[in-house]
Design a protein around this ligand. Structure first.
Ligand code: CO
Length: 461
């Protein structure tokens, strides 16, 4: 009997986030949705923090409406989203009532599978999300955020898996946001998980370092149930490896992928045209396609590398790039080796830039890093550097509980303050998550001319 492996295509989320700054519009997606639905994927990744934010910030689109439109056209394939646990789609902890309501609305508006992660792999930060996903009938996929350090052993990850089994998650994802999961570790980790549970395992990596196809092959050999790929025209580089290529290779090795290659061709041709648009507009930067084995050395996600470079460019300090790259692992060590994923990757990056620019480590410290050392993000994988902690927060007590326990319910206050601007709970949640961009969006929606004068002013500056 043929071995089975299923695919999730990331073209509507991670692929365009990684290659074209999440700028694909709903209008550009709609004509191909039915073909995507017929291609035999297990699921399509369609929603996440950056897609939600970019809709409001750059595309003047309602992210909820996008989700509903996709759902109307995709009737058979599961729709999946990425959620930052207690951080939802944002950068801080939200009160439990907001977390629960956001999850409820995501499922009501069409999401089937919620892939949930905590940047520190602190499972306490996922418990409320996991319960809410199950309560509202969603499928809960719980993440291991993959990173490399002395504490991140297979045994460490298996400790997380044990907690996931106890929490009765529906599937487990190995989330390698940086593209640093090597084929040998993928094999050993999937094998170890498969040895203790029948819960399906999905593997997510990026093609940045040039090893992703090998990683997927070894994951498949170890028994992975699902892998994440992107249709060829938006694959490779900082995106995922190509769906058709990986699928053909695996079919040749005796796997049944369930994919329809004719449909995949149609999808690839369609997105080739879309990509051309972004090439012409200069949004697609060919740099993202470079094979970058350095990510394996620095263990810094591709997106973080480009963010650091642009922060330094803004400060006219590009020559400090490699100093900052060397500082990143040192900051990460001081913080107890957190995985470099949102929001921690931005915090570590900013601190590294400050340490290098001021020529004195931790002379300037952003509030987020202070909160981190106070325990307000959760428990780091390893103990933090006690000297640095003392320098930053002095003798202040460190919180060791679940950070969201410190928060009062948030919805009543939101409703009081913003109720007048919104017509639905979905709109109120937009404000809860991205107040600076959601409010102007909603005002513009009601009055198309509301911010025209301000834009004019900007044009003449
Ligand atoms: Co990713």
């Amino acid at each position: 009997m043929k071995k089975k492996i299923r695919f999730m295509d990331t073209v509507l989320r991670d692929a365009h986030q990684s290659l074209i700054a999440t700028r694909m519009t709903t209008e550009q997606m709609v004509p191909i949705l039915e073909t995507l639905d017929e291609a035999g994927y297990l699921s399509l990744e369609v929603w996440g923090g950056a897609t939600f934010d970019a809709c409001l910030r750059y595309l003047n689109e309602d992210p909820w409406e996008r989700l509903r439109i996709i759902r109307q056209h995709v009737k058979h394939t599961k729709l999946q989203m990425l959620l930052r646990g207690q951080n939802l789609l944002g950068y801080k902890h939200y009160p439990d009532d907001i977390v629960e309501t956001f999850i409820q609305k995501s499922i009501e508006n069409g999401i089937d599978v919620i892939r949930v992660f905590d940047a520190l792999n602190d499972m306490r930060n996922l418990e409320v999300s996991i319960k809410a996903i199950k309560k509202y009938g969603g499928e809960c996929q719980c993440c291991i955020c993959y990173t490399i350090s002395d504490v991140h052993t297979i045994e460490y990850y298996m400790g997380l898996v044990q907690k996931m089994i106890e929490l009765k998650v529906d599937s487990i994802a190995i989330k390698d946001m940086a593209g640093i999961l090597t084929p040998d570790v993928a094999y050993n980790l999937v094998k170890a998980i498969k040895a203790v549970t029948a819960i399906p395992v999905e593997v997510h990596t990026h093609a940045t370092a040039g090893i992703s196809e090998m990683t997927y092959l070894k994951a498949a050999e170890a028994g992975a149930d699902v892998i994440d790929t992107a249709i060829s025209s938006l694959s490779g580089g900082t995106s995922q490896p190509a769906t058709e290529s990986v699928a053909l290779a695996l079919e040749g090795l005796g796997y049944d992928t369930g994919l329809n290659f004719e449909k995949l061709n149609e999808i690839a041709d369609y997105f080739k045209g879309i990509k051309e648009v972004f090439v012409k507009e200069g949004i697609f930067n060919p740099k993202v396609m470079e094979v970058e084995p350095k990510t394996l050395l620095y263990q810094v996600p591709g997106g973080m590398l480009s963010n650091l470079l642009s922060q330094l460019k803004d400060a006219h300090k590009e020559e400090l790039y490699y100093d900052v790259l060397r500082e990143v692992p040192r900051v990460r060590a001081d913080l107890g080796y957190p995985p470099l994923v949102t929001p921690i990757s931005q915090m570590v990056g900013t601190q590294a830039v400050m340490n290098v620019m001021t020529k004195e480590r931790y002379k300037l410290v952003p509030n987020e890093i202070k909160d981190y050392f106070k325990g307000l993000y959760g428990q780091p994988p390893a103990p933090v550097n006690p000297e640095i902690q003392k320098k930053i927060i002095g003798d202040e007590a460190v919180f060791t509980g679940r950070p969201a326990d410190l928060l009062e319910p948030g919805l009543p206050e939101l409703e009081k303050e913003y109720g007048q601007f919104v017509d639905s709970m979905e709109e109120l949640l937009m404000i809860a998550l991205f107040p600076q961009v959601a409010l102007p969006y909603l005002k513009r929606k009601k009055d198309p001319f509301y911010d025209i004068p301000e834009q004019r002013v900007e044009l003449y500056v």
